[in-house]
Design a protein around this ligand. Sequence first.
Ligand code: MN
Ligand code: MN
Length: 297
Amino acid sequence: MSSEVDLESEQYEKHREAGRILSQVREETADRVEVGVSHLEIAEYAEDRIRELGGQPAFPVNISIDEEAAHATPSIDDESTFGEEMINLDIGVHVDGWLADTAITVDLSGHDELAEASEQALEAAIDVIEPGVNTGDIGAEIEGVIDGYGFNPVVNLTGHGLGHWEQHTAPNIPNRAVSQGTTLEVGDVVAIEPFATDGSGKVTEGSSEEIYSLEHERSVRNRQAREALSQITEEFRTLPFATRWLETDRPEMALRRLKSSSVVHGYPVLKEDDGFLVSQKEHTIIITEDGCEVTTE
Ligand code: MN
Ligand code: MN
């Protein structure tokens, strides 16, 4: 974006409003995570609070446990409860399609240093961000801090730009030093999200899948699939949604049909190998003339 961009315009005000709602919901939700509390109750609490405060969830609340890093959200009748685990909450809000994205680790497993590694990496990254900074240098900061704790950054998950009704746009913000980065400019809105792990630093796809998004809109005959598609195109557009958000009867069957005809695609849970842990911290920022503004502080 050029430096003539107006950071007081309506679009940026909506990004900021999304960020304010999200900061409050992140703190209120994290406070409720305790051993024995249900995942579904936490996800629905956060998503309901977002709506009460005047926003919309930008994607289903991600609740990642221990080796899980991303794309896990409760199923319709989920009965899981928290144990003495490492829990990552990743939450998004949009106001008229303008987004904010944040994550926090709530550690009930006694691995303070691993949680602290991603927090400190995020702070170090934010400290070097100003117009003209190369994304490779942001990645180097993140990698340096996490490496200093004796852990690995997850290198195949990255921060990203936030577009209108789009959760992931260019540029990628790497979690390690790369030589071919791109340059951030005034007005860019990006999410920075370091992940730290005591595992290999490469996540792979698991078998479960509860989050989907629209891929190709086309007509479908089945009634439930048609009802689901109409809710998706009107309410979520190209943003991710959960099976439990669909209002049609037999939502799981509707989704299977939409998926088999490539109308939607799923996001499998991404995870480290069993026995390892992943922490995550994320903020959304706007690049300003003299540095950056954190919308989700
Ligand atoms: Mn996120
Ligand atoms: Mn993100």
